[in-house]
Design a protein. Structure first.
Length: 384
């Protein structure tokens, strides 16, 4: 290619009158569907970056204990409500590597609060691949190695500490394991019920369709938040955090399926009269095979986009329930449980870092929405 003075580009290759103009399009015509979807999805920058961010976030979950310098409930009684500590690299113009300034607590007799004074004359380097408190890698592999730790006799609170002296940064990493997983479990339950009942209603019709529609209308007419509160309050308080987590996930999934079922039903009503469906039935295909092999694949693009847009709603649902004290409870750690400790506005005004768990919730929900928009645009067969 040669660039002309006016900014245009000219192909230097000789002209071939025998070349087929459709040869350039042949690769696209023969490409599988996922290749075409990927090519289009790459042009949606927000969706692409959001997908990469979410992929890295979920890959990080099994290694949260390794990345976090502390365990989620590890307390430091001398550093209650300690402010965030910055990681420095240069001390008095000289490169020292990653280090922190130790902080000491001193009482303020005017405000009756503790003040944390950094000792800027004593830089202490962070320790890497060091031994700390025990944790379980991926939930079942015992380990005590952490990516980085505080220097001996010092602390490293990257995002401050809470009212019990627990590291906010470490708790956010551990909280992601529950807050990000609750959406996946909930969407599995929701999609299983939604596709099952929606496909049955749309394909068979008649009395079956009428019964399922009445159930959907009853569930959709119930106020969502009070229903969440009532079902969550019915969970026994003596259950383990793991049992409560799965119950909350199932509750969120059960309450979310009617909307998807109605969309699946409407699509099946229009597709069941298509010629290829009638041909499959005349060739002896059963109703289950027709639904799995012929109807659902034509609806898969909408299902994928709906899943990415439903997961953030379930994450927000768990956060709201835990914030109100009706979802996950301590000692379980989730972003909603952490926000439950930050309900006091006066405390947030004095210690604003206790509200930091709001930030990952906002970022993750926005990322899922951007990813859903990108997938919806890429999977739409009618969009140019």
């Amino acid at each position: 290619m040669t660039k002309l003075p006016d900014g245009r580009y000219v192909d230097d290759a000789p002209y071939d009158p025998e070349a087929s103009l459709q040869q350039l399009e042949r690769r696209d015509l023969d490409a599988p569907n996922w290749v075409l979807v990927w090519r289009k999805f790459k042009t949606h920058k927000l969706g692409l970056f959001s997908g990469i961010f979410l992929l890295l976030s979920y890959l990080m979950l099994p290694f949260a204990g390794f990345i976090a310098p502390y365990t989620p409930n590890e307390r430091n009684g001398d550093h209650l409500y300690a402010p965030p500590q910055a990681v420095h690299f240069f001390h008095e113009g000289e490169f020292k590597g990653p280090f922190i300034y130790p902080i000491t607590a001193e009482p303020d007799l005017e405000t009756f609060q503790w003040k944390f004074i950094p000792d800027t004359s004593n830089p202490q380097k962070l320790r890497f691949f060091c031994k700390g408190d025990d944790y379980k890698l991926a939930g079942f592999i015992p380990s005590e190695t952490h990516l980085f730790c505080a220097p001996e006799g010092a602390t490293v609170f990257l995002w401050g500490s809470d009212r019990l002296g627990r590291d906010v940064f470490s708790r956010i990493l551990y909280g992601a394991q529950l807050s990000l997983t609750v959406g996946l479990i909930g969407i599995t339950v929701s999609f299983t019920l939604g596709i099952l009942f929606g496909s049955i209603a749309g394909y068979f019709g008649g009395r079956t369709d009428w019964i399922i529609n009445r159930v959907i209308e009853i569930l959709r007419s119930l106020p969502e938040l009070p229903l969440w509160l009532a079902l969550s309050a019915a969970v026994p308080s003596n259950w383990s955090p793991v049992a409560v987590f799965f119950v909350i996930s199932i509750i969120l999934g059960i309450l979310d399926w009617p909307g998807l079922a109605r969309a699946v039903r409407a699509k099946f009503l229009s597709l069941r009269e298509e010629e290829y469906v009638r041909a499959a039935e005349m060739m002896g295909a059963g109703s289950g095979r027709v639904i799995r092999k012929h109807l659902l694949p034509n609806f898969m693009s909408h299902l994928i986009a709906s899943a990415t847009l439903s997961i953030p709603a379930m994450i927000l649902g768990e956060t709201a329930l835990s914030f109100l004290g009706l979802g996950l409870r301590a000692p379980a750690v989730s972003w909603g449980v952490m926000l439950n400790d930050a309900q006091n506005l006066a405390s947030i005004e004095i210690y604003p870092w206790t509200a930091i768990p709001m930030l990952p919730i906002i970022v993750v929900v926005l990322a899922f929405n951007f990813l859903g928009d990108g997938l919806r645009d890429s999977l739409d067969p009618y969009q140019q």
